[in-house]
Design a protein around this ligand. Structure first.
Ligand code: MRU
Ligand code: ZN
Length: 219
């Protein structure tokens, strides 16, 4: 890859390590069926000492349940490819870059569509957020206090991505590492890949719990 002169050239092994880390996450989530119909996108921040940070992000439109040599690319914080490539970054790159710009401590952003997160987002859409309380798994979201609760904001699924990114930026909060997009999916972040994965797993558990609770209550 010949990096344009205005981009800090990161060592290739550093970029490759980022690709390998994201591929591992992608494979784990694919085994759970978390990428229906090419949906979903993942990114992580490449730590570049001093220069503008760069991101590894999934390429747009790919079947994320299979691995190819064209699954990831490197973009800057404006979402532009940092090196010449024919690959297109995720259609939702602006949601990722908005989070990395707003929260410099964010190390990874994951976005998936599940039936549970779609149902919960539709059910709670009118309220603008969904609250979870009295769950042990809230500790995975750094809620350790007695009677802990968390309020996950919900935004309308604007087709125009800059509009969707604007709506997301209006509701995100440093203490709540997620936003639901109505009848679309959830975007989750954290300081590291490990923390972001923990946040996403905790939230998908809570979404699934809520859906199954509805089903039991209707028996
Ligand atoms: C094809 S349906 C899902 C997409 O529209 C989008 O919401 C999504 O999550 C994946 O887009 P992508 O551009 O592949 O990152
Ligand atoms: Zn999506």
């Amino acid at each position: 890859m010949n990096a344009p002169s205005n981009t800090k050239i990161l060592p290739l092994e550093h970029i490759q390590a980022g690709f390998d880390t994201l591929r591992e996450v992608k494979q784990t989530f694919a085994q759970r069926g978390w990428f229906p119909a090419t949906s979903g996108n993942l990114s992580l921040r490449l730590s570049a000492d001093g220069a503008d940070p760069l991101l590894v992000i999934t390429a747009s439109g790919k079947d994320k349940s299979v691995d190819t040599a064209e699954d990831f690319l490197v973009v800057d914080l404006q979402g532009k490819p940092a090196y010449p490539t024919h690959l297109k970054p995720s259609a939702e790159t602006l949601l990722h870059t908005a989070l990395y710009r707003r929260f410099p401590e964010v190390g990874a952003v994951f976005h998936i569509h599940t039936v549970a997160n779609n149902l919960v987002s539709e059910w709670a859409a009118a309220r603008g957020s969904v609250t979870f309380s009295k769950h042990e798994l809230l500790k995975a979201l750094q809620r350790w206090e007695e009677d802990a609760e968390i309020h996950i904001p919900i935004v309308e699924n604007h087709a125009n991505l800059p509009r969707l990114a604007q709506a997301m930026e209006a509701v995100i909060h440093p203490d709540v590492p997620a936003v639901l997009i109505r009848n679309h999916g959830v975007t989750v972040w954290g300081k590291s890949v490990f923390e972001t994965k923990r946040h996403l797993e905790a939230l998908e558990f809570l979404f699934e719990y809520q859906v199954q609770r509805w089903m039991i209550e209707r028996l």
